[in-house]
Design a protein around this ligand. Structure first.
Ligand code: C2E
Ligand code: MG
Ligand code: MG
Ligand code: MG
Length: 276
């Protein structure tokens, strides 16, 4: 019965996705239901320092279990949650669940790595972002150093003045703020010139062509050298091959993330694989 219901919901979700008119109403209610029924889950992808392969953190990536086969990736539901505004509530749910996970891991004596959460353009354009996040940390008794924030250049461009105010407030509250997907968004260079950020995550668009394309190597090498001169650490994203890892290592990239180093996995798998 439950299985059938699951399949059914998935079918509704898929058909809703294809017709424009009623997409919002139907999927919004699915997202509401997902929050109520606890159908969201967090996956964690490890971040490693490149010089010695030490685990230095993990990125939190949201999944939605509606059917029973495989979880839906964020690309299928985050855009809807953004346009409906539900991303604000979902973002709060993510942070609360991350805090709970930190307590579980701390209780087992695992290393206190920071966890990086993704904050969307909608959240970044609201004036109450920092107090909302800080409140959840206070309630959960989690120190701010345990949470890193990832925002994209495009999210900054969505409402630059509010983004600047929010980044200032986040930094003042003690959060690290990283630029995600660096180099592919809107006005990359401006985002690092004018905003008080903690570091850059180099988009996999550049990483994927390393060792195949001299242009990708020249651009990546220049970004790494610029970041070094500005004092920003860089995380290379989407490392899928040893040759890409080697290029990044040789060009002073500080840390890396990607399928070659570790895929996003459930918290149980994460602790079995990476906390040993
Ligand atoms: P992102 O923040 O840039 O996250 C990295 C994405 O790259 C993840 O996709 C991850 O699974 C994928 N990835 C990591 N290593 C590799 C690799 O070696 N090769 C390839 N091909 N992909 C790799 P995912 O989990 O599908 O998430 C997609 C995007 O959804 C994220 O991009 C982020 O923008 C957004 N997202 C995920 N979770 C949340 C969340 O809790 N809140 C918000 N607002 N957005 C989220
Ligand atoms: Mg991210
Ligand atoms: Mg990214
Ligand atoms: Mg991305």
């Amino acid at each position: 019965r439950a299985k059938l219901a699951g399949r059914n919901q998935y079918a509704v979700y898929e058909s809703a996705w294809n017709e424009t008119g009623s997409v919002h109403l139907r999927t919004e209610s699915l997202l509401q239901e997902a929050l109520r029924k606890d159908q969201f889950v967090l996956h964690f992808q490890p971040l490693f320092r490149l010089d010695d392969q030490t685990l230095i953190g993990a990125e939190v990536l949201l999944r939605l279990w509606i059917g029973d086969d495989a979880p839906l990736p964020p690309a299928t539901f985050i855009p809807i949650a953004e346009s409906s505004g539900q991303i604000v509530e979902i973002g709060e749910w993510v942070l609360r669940r991350v805090c709970r996970q930190i307590h579980v891991w701390d209780a087992q004596g695992f290393p206190p790595i920071p966890l990086s959460i993704n904050v969307s353009a909608i959240e970044l354009s609201r004036a109450d972002l920092t107090p909302r996040l800080s409140h959840i940390l206070d309630q959960s008794h989690i120190p701010v150093a345990r949470i890193h924030i990832e925002i994209t250049e495009t999210a900054i461009a969505h409402n630059e003045d509010q983004a600047l105010a929010n980044i200032n407030a986040l930094r003042a509250a003690g959060f690290e703020v990283w630029i995600d997907d660096f180099g592919t968004g809107y006005s990359s260079l401006k985002s690092i010139k004018n905003f008080p950020i903690s570091g850059l995550k180099l988009d996999r668009e550049f990483v994927k062509d390393l060792a195949h394309s001299p242009a990708a190597e020249a651009i990546t090498g220049s970004i790494l050298s610029m970041a070094r001169q500005l004092g920003y650490p860089v995380v290379g994203e989407g490392i899928e091959e040893a040759a890409q890892l080697q290029f990044l290592q040789q060009h002073g990239c500080h840390a890396g993330q990607g399928f070659h180093l570790g895929r996003p996995v459930s918290p149980e798998t994460f602790q079995d694989c990476y906390f040993r």
